[in-house]
Design a protein. Structure first.
Lengths: 402, 282
């Protein structure tokens, strides 16, 4: 039951490492959570979970693992059973087993068992007398556990089960990262998109010790300080956004990404253009895609070096003719000499790092209306779904060395 | 457990049971604790409260975008030494006089256990947390210039706050105890405001909070007002002698809560529709 918790956590996607698991053992052996299951819930969360985005998954795993458990003593026994035979933990890689063996080798198991037993003995006392420091909280001014707005009384009935109940409430659902969330998380993801370099036009602000010594020696010992430039971010980004009709459904998420990109102050340069379904001869300066406010795509490519990170945002869903045919452009009265796919190919060829963000969930890419064109676009650009996780993957792809 | 490890908040600072336990765990395990949460939920205040509650001195290390990990350990003042060597009024062979300990270094050599606040760790360079891994783990560092090793006499209680502006590296996270300060619910908020304004009229507080939570839920408000702003606002309302019934109707001193023109506009539009709805409801 106890080790299943570990695997439940992993199964629900909480990245728990063995180091953290052993920290939890250490905390338990120091008696940090034996008065009730709520404390175990909080302790394990503080030690094992390192981001509020995983709180929800943690709650689910906790509920799955401890459904029906009444007292922490049952957990304690499980912990001990596990410690006696940690190798029985299935599903670990050899590397992890090795770490485990090493770490457990350095623990004095006999001492640990004594501590456990002492703790368990104290536990009964704490329950009857309430004299243990963790137990006194029940009568402390914080009489409510504060777990949820309704306020569950600490020291009231069915306390031991409340942790599972609380976990079952899934209060942290809103913080999940795989859900489509606000621009703030996008910003965080975008911050990874940076490259440090000292090739910059900023004033030098770091003491160059070697050069200083050299210069001082050159001046026959008269001190002359030499400075150099510190490293600055060099990332340049070209963002192309689809403003076509089919994108209306994704307006909210796109505008969140847009806000995030605009707020990101760490780019050396950011260019933003719009296109309608597919990129053709022109790129547009605003989402209305009016030819009056447009620039030549070829011109943009000429102007921007291949160092620019190209990010395309669009659903890539259109009639195949829009992508493959000459004059396939959907707007009546406009023409294109080259088919859209050719323009996309040129873009992919010109920029060494590119990514396509698609607001349609990845699971639907093979089945929905635009699947043919999505597949074609994917053959040119690595495609990621427009979620925080997807953007993180895309950014990782964009900064990878080629 | 000996008394100094139990943290129960202080009279000035209301902590949730989850937060109290996180603090206790971090203190007992002697691991750094990482505190995240919306701005204005009292992350920095927490360190002060822990220091006060456990009776330890507080050393604050404010992180800026230019802060380097090294700054917290020690700074070797090369330039001073070079200058001194010009004028020959110091014995420049003694390098230790040019080594100045940073905030973390000071905490290590302190005579008693201290609380170290590393405030807004995410402001610094992405590599910053990685550069501190060993020092926070082993609580010691080496000064190559003098060949001296500074190790902590008492493992300090390390509180690290983050606004999630940057992701922190996994290796760093693995060593921390983590807590996310969720935005307080109404019950908690009432107690927090009470701590700061004990003499406040009940009705004023209730109506101010009602408007406050409504305001936080207005869509398109980019910078949502936080706890600290509510505390200021309530003070402004009390000091200004505003009639409690006027709060929801007139939204007085809105500038205390909202800091962006766009947000003010969004709230005023929402307020109009809310007023209209209330009128037809009657």
């Amino acid at each position: 039951m106890f080790t299943t918790f570990f695997f439940f956590l992993r199964a629900y996607g909480v990245p728990v490492s063995l180091n953290e698991w052993l920290t939890l053992m250490e905390a338990l052996s120091k008696g940090l959570a034996y008065s009730n299951l709520s404390e175990f819930y909080r302790l394990a969360r503080a030690v094992l979970v390192k981001s509020e985005t995983y709180y929800d998954q943690y709650d689910q795993a906790f509920q799955a693992a401890f459904e029906g458990i009444e007292t922490p003593i049952e957990i304690a026994e499980e912990v001990w059973r596990w410690l006696r035979d940690p190798a029985a933990m299935v599903g670990l890689s050899d590397e992890e087993r090795e770490i485990l063996a090493l770490s457990l080798g350095s623990l004095d198991l006999g001492e640990l068992q004594r501590m456990f037993e002492k703790r368990l003995a104290e536990q009964t006392e704490a329950h009857s007398g309430g004299s243990h420091w963790v137990g006194t909280r029940g009568t402390s001014p914080f009489g409510h556990s504060g777990f949820h707005p309704g306020g569950m009384r600490v020291g009231g009935q069915s306390l031991n089960r409340s942790a599972v109940k609380v976990a079952g409430k899934r209060r942290y659902q809103a913080y999940r990262a795989d859900a489509v969330v606000g621009s703030r998380q996008f910003e965080v993801a975008l911050r990874r998109l940076r490259r440090l370099s000292s090739r910059d036009e900023t004033p030098p602000d770091e003491l160059d010790l070697d050069a200083t010594i050299q210069a001082t020696a050159d001046h026959a010992g008269a001190l002359s300080l030499e400075w150099r430039r510190s490293r600055r971010n060099q990332t340049r980004v070209l963002l192309l956004m689809d403003a076509g009709g089919s994108m209306h459904a994704h307006l909210r998420i796109c505008s969140q990404l847009f806000t995030a990109v605009n707020r990101a102050t760490h780019f050396k340069d950011l260019r933003l253009y719009y296109f309608h379904n597919c990129v053709y001869d022109h790129l547009y300066l605003d989402p209305t895609c009016h030819p009056r406010n447009s620039v030549l795509t070829a011109r943009v490519m000429q102007e921007l070096s291949s160092e620019y990170k190209l990010v395309l945002v669009g659903d890539a869903s259109m009639a195949p003719s829009e992508l493959l045919d000459r004059d396939g452009i959907i707007w009546w009265g406009t023409v294109n000499e080259q088919p859209g796919i050719e323009w996309l190919r040129r873009l992919a060829h010109h920029f060494s790092h590119a990514a396509w963000l698609n607001p349609i969930p990845a699971g639907h890419w093979d089945t929905i209306y635009g699947r043919h064109t999505i597949a074609m676009v994917r053959s040119l650009f690595p495609m990621f779904e427009l979620t925080v996780d997807g953007l993180t993957l895309a950014v990782r792809n964009l900064v990878a060395r080629r | 457990m000996s008394a100094p490890t139990a943290y129960c908040g202080t009279s000035e600072y209301i902590a949730s049971p989850e937060l109290m336990q996180t603090v206790s765990v971090a203190v007992v395990l002697a691991r750094p604790m990482l505190i995240k949460g919306e701005p204005g939920t009292g992350k920095t205040m927490l360190a002060k409260s822990i220091a006060e509650s456990l009776g330890m001195p507080l050393i604050t290390w404010n992180i800026k975008s230019t802060t380097k990990a090294q700054d917290g350990l020690y700074v070797y003042d090369t330039v001073q030494r070079l200058y001194d060597s010009q004028f020959r009024d110091h014995d420049v062979r003694d390098i230790s006089q040019y080594i100045k300990l940073g905030r973390l270094g000071q905490a290590f050599v302190a005579d008693e256990r201290v609380v170290v606040l590393i405030d807004e760790v995410d402001k610094a360079d992405l590599e910053f947390p990685n550069d501190l891994l060993w020092e926070l783990d082993q609580m010691e560092f080496n000064i190559p210039e003098t060949g001296e090793t500074v190790s902590a006499r008492h493992r300090p209680v390390v509180v690290i706050t983050s606004n999630a502006e940057k992701e922190l590296p996994d290796a760093f996270l693995r060593r921390c105890v983590f807590h996310y300060i969720a935005f307080p619910d109404a019950e908690m908020m009432r107690r927090i405001v009470r701590v700061h304004h004990p003499a406040l009229e009940d009705r004023l507080l209730e109506l101010a909070m009602e408007t406050f939570y409504w305001l936080r839920n207005v869509p398109h408000v980019q910078k949502k007002p936080s706890t600290s702003e509510l505390i200021d606002w309530v003070q402004a309302l009390a000091a200004g002698g505003v009639d409690p019934d006027e709060i929801g109707r007139r939204l007085p001193f809105l500038g205390v809560l909202l800091k962006k023109d766009k947000d003010v506009d969004a709230v005023l539009v929402a307020h109009k529709t809310r007023g209209a709805r209330a009128a037809t409801g009657r």
